[in-house]
Each structure stands twice: as C-alpha cells, then as structure tokens.
Design a protein around this ligand. Structure first.
Ligand SMILES: Nc1ncnc2c1ncn2[C@@H]1O[C@H](COP(=O)(O)OP(=O)(O)OP(=O)(O)O)[C@@H](O)[C@H]1O
Ligand SMILES: [Mg+2]
Length: 419
C-alpha cells in the first residue's frame, strides 16, 4: 500500500487491481481509437482511396507511379488514407513488392534533417549526422543506397505535413532534388507523395515542383457532422464491447468536435477518453456524463499545451498575473501592476530582458484574444483609461501549466515585496 506523509494508508494497490480485474469491461480493442490505428474501413474517403489506388497500382508491375500531392485541413484523414492504401498495396500478391518510407516533417526542424533521416532510416544506421555534411554528398550516398537496397522495385517516399518546412531555407532545393532522384537512379525508382494540411501551401513553391506534383492534387474535404458520426460508429464497433455505448454518446462527441474543434481526431479522442473515464469509475456503460468530463479534460490539456508553447515573455506575464492573484487576491489588477511585477521577475531569470509598457500591452492583448485572460478597458476619469486584467480560466489550471515550465517553476512561490 502507498502511504502519505502522515503514514495513513491512502491507496490500496492490491485492492485496486482486484476490483479492476473483476470490474466491468468497456474496451474490446483500446488501440483502435489511437490515431496511429488503420481501420479496415474508411467511411467517406472512397473517392480519395480510388484516386490514390489508381495512381499507385502500376508499382505492382514495376512501373514508376507519378508523384502527387494530397491536401486538406487537419484531421481530414490524409495520413490514415495513405497508410491504408500502402497496406493494401503490400497485401497484393505481386512479384514486385514496393517499399515505403513515411516521414512526418513536423518532427524535423530543417529540410537537411529530413534528408539525413531518409538515409539513416533506409540504411538502419545513424551514419549521417544531423548537421554538417554537404547536401550533395548525402544525395550521392542516398542514390547509391537506394539502388543497392531496393533492386528493381519501387520505393514510395511519403512526406507528411510538408507545409511546416515550406518557409525553411533550402526547402525548394531539396524537394527539387528528391523529385529528380529518378534521373540518377540506375535500378530502383522512387515515387514521391507529398501531404499538406495548408490548403494554399504550394503558392510559394518552385514552379518545377508544382508541375511535377501533377495537375490534379487530391483534396480531402472537411467531414460533415453526419460523416463524422459514421466514422465514429465504425471505429466504436471495433473498439468497444457490445452494448457499452449509450445512444447519445456518439452524437454528442460529434457535435462537440465539430463545434469546438472540427475534426475527426478530436471526436475520436473524446470517445476514447470517455471510455477510459467510464472504465476507471468501474461503470458498465459510457454516458454523456463521461463525454462531458472528457471534453473538460481535453480542453484543459489543450490550454496547458498552449501555455507551454508560448514565448517565455508571455509566460512571465502570466506568471506576474498569477503572483498578484495568489498573494493579493482582492487586488484589482491593472496593466501597471503587471509591468511592476514583470520587472522584478525578469531580474530572477537569467537572460530575460525587462519589457517596455508598450510590449507588455501587446502581450496582454494577445493573451486576451485567445481567451486566457480578460482585459476590460475602464475609464479612470482624469487619469485616462486602463485595462482591468483577470484570468479567464481557472487559476489552478494556469498553475499546472506554469509548473511545467523549467525556467518559471522555481518562482511560483516568489512574493515580490510590494504584494
Ligand atoms: N474516414 C475515416 N474513417 C475512419 N477514421 C478516420 C477517417 N478519417 C480520419 N480518421 C481518423 O481520424 C484521425 C485523424 O485522421 P488523420 O490523422 O489521417 O488526419 P490528417 O488529415 O492526416 O490530419 P493532420 O493534417 O492533422 O495530419 C485518425 O485517428 C484517423 O484514423
Ligand atoms: Mg496527418
């Protein structure tokens, strides 16, 4: 058993496992709600699947498919559809088996690193360092490697979320080189599949790349609420045991996802979390109560993630508001207070500059636009106007987010002298 600091028993692990194991079951296949899972059916993506199958089928005969581009907003099924087709192609009983390399560009900060990663993945060794070598040398090595590794077969290279690299130095050049790989290969051939979740991403591309990626790009439109419902119904059949879902659950997940976030990913995440909450509470069925709680959790996670990724100065401004609210809860906070506390806090963090009142006002505006704080303008008579600042979300949540930030966590109990 776990003990708390008073030596009282708090949590009985053996009892928990016992109850858990004999408690009601909710999931048939929990993994089937993960975003990496590729289901057997993809409702409402027939057109895109047919298009991609037709474009890639010639690889089974050893011919080179044309390069192409898939695009659409986030969560519209681009990644899962490409993975689905790659699995179907692999299951075909053909003499020539195409190979696939799937790369999510979001994980790599530069086009060079992608190139290094392609080489290292194929060679299964970390031969190319993350910086330092000349691009042309990597290309020469890559060509040699591809020819020796894949013989006469086709090698598909999928560059997913490519739009994140579109503004990076060397992007157009490396993409052009990847497109031209086939001109230099003696044995194998490559086919490039580029996926973007920005609709207009190709506007800044080199014209040679656009013409190479084909005239017809494959569009993944947003799902309607009814389409999303069909997707959830199919996924829930694989994921949950029969009878555990009450009938309002899927419609609610769908409505919440389209209202708040718009995409399949979020609807599936809500469904999975609702299931886990029901399981944890040892309930036999999943109800709207679990979905509502799941939605709250999801929103909290989203806010924490958002705060974690803010620039440090914006985080320090949040910290300043937090410190005033914590040590002087009755105080009405105005911009000048934030300026004063920010100046004190900035002195405690190495390398952080003090900000001007103007810059602080800009950050306050940004934070209020996204709904983390409210900044109501109030007239102060002869003294002009000022902003009254408050948190728009629970302070506990702000604290949980700030405590995760290395350079700030040590200052959460700091009490400036004038508070
Ligand atoms: N038609 C569908 N049938 C079943 N599941 C789907 C369908 N479309 C999307 N999904 C599921 O929704 C989630 C989001 O899909 P996916 O990751 O493929 O979207 P995406 O368009 O690649 O999004 P992003 O641009 O954010 O990468 C995944 O869990 C995926 O399995
Ligand atoms: Mg994707």
């Amino acid at each position: 058993m776990l003990k708390n600091h008073n030596n009282n028993y708090k949590f009985n692990i053996d009892k928990f496992y016992k109850n858990y194991l004999k408690g009601p079951r909710i999931f048939k296949n929990r993994d089937a709600l993960e975003s990496s899972y590729v289901p057997d059916k993809l409702p409402h993506r027939d057109t895109q699947i047919k298009d991609i199958i037709e474009k890639t089928a010639c690889a089974l005969l050893g011919d080179t498919p044309q390069n192409f581009l898939c695009y659409g907003m986030i969560g519209t099924g681009k990644t899962v559809t490409i993975r689905y087709v790659s699995q179907k192609l692999a299951q075909e009983n053909s003499k020539i088996k195409p190979s696939w390399i799937y790369i999510n560009c979001n994980i790599f900060s530069t086009p060079y690193r992608i190139l290094a990663h392609i080489y290292n993945t194929i060679s299964r060794q970390d031969k190319i360092p993350p910086t330092g070598l000349l691009k042309d040398i990597i290309f020469k090595n890559l060509i040699r490697l591809l020819d020796s590794k894949f013989g006469n077969s086709i090698f598909f290279l999928v560059l997913d979320e490519i739009n994140v690299l579109a503004d990076k130095k060397g992007f157009n050049e490396i993409l052009c080189d990847l497109i031209k790989l086939n001109e230099n290969l003696d044995n194998c051939k490559t086919s490039l599949i580029v996926i973007s979740n920005k609709l207009k991403f190709w506007e800044n591309l080199d014209p040679r790349i656009i013409s190479n990626l084909g005239e017809e790009h494959i569009l993944f439109p947003l799902y309607s609420t009814d389409q999303l419902k069909d997707i959830l119904i199919e996924r829930s059949k694989i994921s949950f045991l029969k009878g555990v879902l009450t009938k309002e659950v899927i419609p609610l997940c769908t409505v919440l996802a389209t209202m708040k976030y718009g995409y399949a990913q979020k609807a599936l995440e809500l469904l999975r979390r609702a299931g886990e909450l029901a399981e944890r509470a040892q309930n036999k069925i999943i109800t709207v109560k679990h979905v509502r709680k799941a939605q709250k959790e999801l929103e909290n996670d989203y806010i924490k993630e958002y705060i974690k990724n803010l620039p440090l100065q914006a985080q320090i401004i949040l910290l300043s508001i937090y410190l005033i609210s914590k040590f002087n809860p009755e105080h009405t906070i105005i911009s000048g207070d934030i300026y004063n506390i920010h100046s004190k806090v900035a002195e405690l963090i190495p390398g952080v500059r003090q900000l001007t009142r103007r810059r602080i006002a800009d950050y306050i505006n940004d934070l209020s636009l996204v709904g983390i704080i409210s900044a109501e303008v109030k007239s102060m008579g002869h003294y002009g106007r000022t902003k009254i600042i408050k948190f728009d979300i629970r302070m506990k949540l702000i604290e949980k987010a700030l405590v995760k930030i290395d350079r700030i966590q040590g200052i959460l109990n700091y009490k400036p002298i004038f508070l």
